[in-house]
Design a protein around this ligand. Structure first.
Ligand SMILES: O=P(O)(O)OC[C@H]1O[C@](O)(COP(=O)(O)O)[C@@H](O)[C@@H]1O
Length: 341
């Protein structure tokens, strides 16, 4: 198969009008934090058992079309010794992998951050492909302050995303491009809108310069939201601001925009996605999810590290996946949270 048809096949398997992506790729520090909240040790076996539970969830493939895995999960198996990427694909959930290596300060731009991991990426991708990964994900993070992100920071972060995406496509791997403007701070929604507009503009400029095929990538942006320490915005306000900025910056060639959940609660993230889809009009892209916390939090708290809670945890994951599938079609109502129907 040519690289282009390989990329197109992966996009076709991942993008439709009712499913979304599950982010289960927490790095070691992040999964340790999540497990600490339920008093569970982040041992390799616990990480395997938890992620096997998620991927084994009956019917998950009805609502989820792709799963982002952490590198180690690609090599792990479920209880019946089936490799976890194979478990995902048995439900037509395309397995993918987070390929960035975390972040640190960007020299010369105090307050800005930069992500590591480009060295040797091509060879790593070849190995991940053999393990079953068909797409990849890379996240650049933009904190907001009075002075951040700087112009230099935006430029440097965009370059990283574009170089990563170009290497992926060369290897026949679909890149998820994730520029995340953080919710931390007391800035208002207008400040988030203005920063997100600058960020997305610089990202698409860099993608163009590096010859990335927009038809064969997925964008994973933040929604436009007020900072955590500012007053909350209602879903209609979030939807209006998010769509305004996306329409100004994201070319129609991009097949799908899959939001991250950031610091939003599970129900808030579903309600905001629903409002975005109700207001989208003739927007050219699919508008879906690539949620981590907002899909997993109820499942994690139902599991509590105990094998006897496995089914309860799977039901909690399936409920969030199903409600987000409805929200993705603009058919969600908060009253559905209380019914099992
Ligand atoms: O552990 P990391 O690399 O900081 O990433 C944390 C999470 O952030 C995400 O990029 C977005 O997830 P959220 O929806 O929880 O914000 C996930 O893909 C990832 O698991």
């Amino acid at each position: 198969m040519s690289t282009n048809s390989e990329l197109q096949q992966t996009i076709s398997d991942m993008v439709d009008d009712h499913r979304g992506i599950l982010a289960a790729d927490e790095s070691l520090p992040t999964i340790t934090k999540r497990f600490a909240a339920i008093d569970v040790e982040a041992s390799e076996e616990n990480r395997r058992a938890y992620r096997a539970l998620l991927l084994d969830t009956p019917d998950l493939g009805k609502y989820i079309s792709g799963v982002i895995l952490f590198e180690e999960t690609l090599g792990q198996q479920d209880d019946s010794r089936t490799p976890l990427p194979k478990v995902a694909w048995s439900q037509k959930i395309v397995p993918g992998v987070k390929v960035d290596k975390g972040k640190g300060p960007l020299p010369g731009a105090p307050g800005d951050l930069i992500t590591y991991g480009l060295d040797g990426l091509g060879e790593r991708l070849e190995h991940y492909k053999q393990q079953g990964a068909r797409f990849a994900k890379w996240r650049e993070v933009y904190p907001i302050s009075r002075h951040n992100p700087t112009r230099m920071g935006r430029h440097a972060n965009a370059e990283m995303l574009a170089r990563y995406a170009a290497v992926c496509q060369e290897k026949g791997v679909v890149p998820i491009v994730e520029p995340e403007v953080l919710m931390d701070g007391d800035h208002d929604i207008d400040r988030c809108a203005s920063v997100t507009e600058h960020v997305l503009h610089s990202v698409f400029h860099a993608l163009h310069l590096h010859g990335v095929s927009l038809e064969h990538m997925i964008l994973k942006p933040n929604m436009v939201l007020p900072g955590k320490d500012c007053r909350r915005a209602d879903p209609e306000e979030v939807a209006e601001a998010t769509l305004r900025i996306l329409k100004r910056t994201v070319p129609a060639a991009v097949p799908s925009i899959n939001f991250l959940s950031g610091g939003q609660g599970p129900e808030e993230a579903t309600a905001n996605l629903n409002a975005i889809n109700q207001l989208k009009g003739n927007a050219p892209w699919q508008l879906s999810i690539s949620y981590g916390r907002a899909l997993q939090q109820p499942a994690l708290h139902a599991w509590l590290g105990k094998a006897e809670n496995r089914e309860k945890a799977q039901q909690a994951l399936l409920k969030r996946a199903r409600l987000n599938s409805l929200a993705r079609q603009g058919k969600y109502d908060p009253s559905m949270e209380n019914s099992d129907a």
